[in-house]
Design a protein around this ligand. Structure first.
Ligand SMILES: [Zn+2]
Length: 77
């Protein structure tokens, strides 16, 4: 049988290089890089951790009822 061999040496070798958002190292932006656009797993998880921690700090609405409810209670007489 004659299998159509794709010349992967030429066409599929075009991979973009991007800068890792974490450490600014040139990383391959393509299927061969599982951590794209990061350069490594460490950079990816590190960025995710930072992102997650930022997300977790949800500003709790600390509404201090300071003199809002004491109006109707004192004027009961
Ligand atoms: Zn990196």
């Amino acid at each position: 049988m004659n299998l159509p061999t794709k010349s992967s040496e030429q066409s599929a070798n075009i991979e973009r290089l991007v800068k890792c958002p974490s450490c600014s190292v040139s990383a391959v932006y393509g299927p061969s890089n599982l951590f794209r656009p990061f350069c490594s797993d460490r950079c990816k998880t590190g960025d995710l951790a930072a992102w997650a921690s930022e997300t977790y700090t949800v500003p709790v609405s600390d509404v201090t009822s300071d003199g809002e409810e004491s109006v109707g209670d004192a004027a009961d007489e």
